[in-house]
Design a protein around this ligand. Sequence first.
Ligand code: GLA
Ligand code: ZN
Length: 671
Amino acid sequence: MTFTPRFPAFLHGGDYNPDQWIDRPDILDRDVELMHEAHVNCVSIGIFSWAMLEPEEGVYRFEWLDSVIDRLWKGGIRVILATPSGARPAWMAQKYPEVLRVNDHYQRAHFGGRHNHCLTSPVYRRKVRELDTRLAQRYANHPAVILWHLSNEMSGSCWCPLCQEQWRGWLKEKYGTLDNLNAAWWTTFWSHRYTDWSQVEAPGGLGESSTNGMFIDWRRFSTWQCKTFMTAEKEAVQAVNPDLKVTANLMERFWDYDYFDLAEGMDVVSWDSYPMWHSGDDVARAAEFAMNHDMMRSFKDQPFLLMESTPSQVNWKPINKLKRPGMHLLSSLQALAHGSQSVLYFQWRKGRGAAEQFHGAVVDHDGRGDTRVFRDVTQVGKALETLQAPLYNAPKQPAQACIIYDWSNWWAIDYAQTGQAKNMQYFDTVNMHYRSLWQLGVNVDFRDERDCTDLSRYQLVICPMLFMLKESFAQKLRAYVEKGGTLLMTYFSGVVDESGLAWLGGAPHGLIDVLGVRATELDALFPEDQQALVMNDDRRYAIRELCEIPEMHGAETLGVYAEDFYGGMPCLTKHAFGKGQAYYLAAKAEQAGLDAIYAALADALALPRALTDTLPEGVIATERGGAIFLQNYSGKAQQVTLAGRYTDLLTGEAVSGTFDFAVNGVMVLAQ
Ligand code: GLA
Ligand code: ZN
């Protein structure tokens, strides 16, 4: 599948800032030569170019960009063109302070930084629209331009008077009456009832700090605000050429906005991936980033783009370690294995000054094309060319397992004051469940509680910590099991409704008869506390942090608690319901426990696996388009034995039997 019909190829390249080098045409010429040497075919430009494009209000300077794009086009390099709304010129901040963001202590930012505009400001939106329109008129039909990159890494909220007014408007629309709002937010608590809309301020900072329902709505509102900002940009550029698609670059573990919702506003999801490799456990890191990739693929249920990654190191982590030999190819192909149609970097060439002076780049300050990093990048470029024919139009096999990951649920969990207080670890817990399936080579989709979610295509649906359970989604899960699906739900599920108000009548709401258990008390453990899950066959797995005490309503016990006053009581259960079955895991079991549970489920449900051979720990197989990406994250060379006979598409070599697999090795095996 292609998002870039003008150039249907795996994209290789990344952020390029020629505007920083405009007085060095020799360097700009050299860049194109070096791009060829590195097998780079595409660059993203203009991301932070507003001050160069509109140096004074209403004075537009496109000549430099014309010449950059023409130079690239002549050199056969394609362009992802950005709208520059991620940062604005000083003149604008000075003349129109309303474009600057206000924080939750009601302080307005001064000029500086980036990603800090007011999301409402009519002046900012007008200025963005004017420039976007001009950019589109000039370049949307240029044959080199293959995609729009809207703004950059959109994030955050603004507390200015304009945003506060919008917030109240959004609430009026949602609730209609203050009575409804007061009821949804449980405001009788601590005398927080509102009697006039004008009393409702945005939460946080100096303001409201105890009304969970309000916080959740504030996040939904912020998502909506960002989405309207983004779609206004989309409309501006697509008014000129509706066929040129738009993307916006998302981030890992991003909490501020609901990405399922935001992704609806763009044509293509792209994201910026910066794993901290070699900082302890690369297998855990790889599991985390595999999940990030699969989430990005899931937001629109289609392939995605890796918009940024570093060719070597970043410069904004506490410790900025270089990628060890092999890791660049391995981590780049990991993205491909999970559905990426690109490997793009931040950045092409290191700038001479400012904050990102020492951020890894394909071309260092020495300007050379014979460095280790340059060779690593070239290797990825060649690999993408080799994989183009077999894999570009070959997506992953449809997943038969699905994990529910819901942003409102995430916010609700983080705002709830219970259990492990502010450390309930939703993302990491989900990642543990994901990791078990990833290790087995089972493809996994992510879905949320939106009404459009269709569960019928999955054999297995997993709901880790689905604390906030909408009535409609509880019904959907129920129907899913009834018709023959397999559900695995964990502790701390079905506790509150979509306002964050506790369901009355028992948890998990609407599913007690489906699961055959009712959740009662939630216990939180201190790090030194001992607890374990003991399976019926005596296998024993440690439990940490959270344990729920279930009351049985017809389920069968598969494992019990080992210790304490609930020792011997059920911890893992199974219940037949309709044509399906529902599992309940009442505590946070260690990874090995989850691995055992999912290995049994994958077997019982015959979930498709990339490879059924037993692989050494840390060697992972991931399927895409019928090929198997074999990846070694174990941090050491491994001996692998495969039953089948394959060709490594990267090298053309035959692979079978027992062989040595290099540290950070990667193969793309086809039969
Ligand atoms: C983000 C930004 C880029 C750059 C990189 C550095 O992803 O989008 O502009 O700052 O980080 O890693
Ligand atoms: Zn604002």
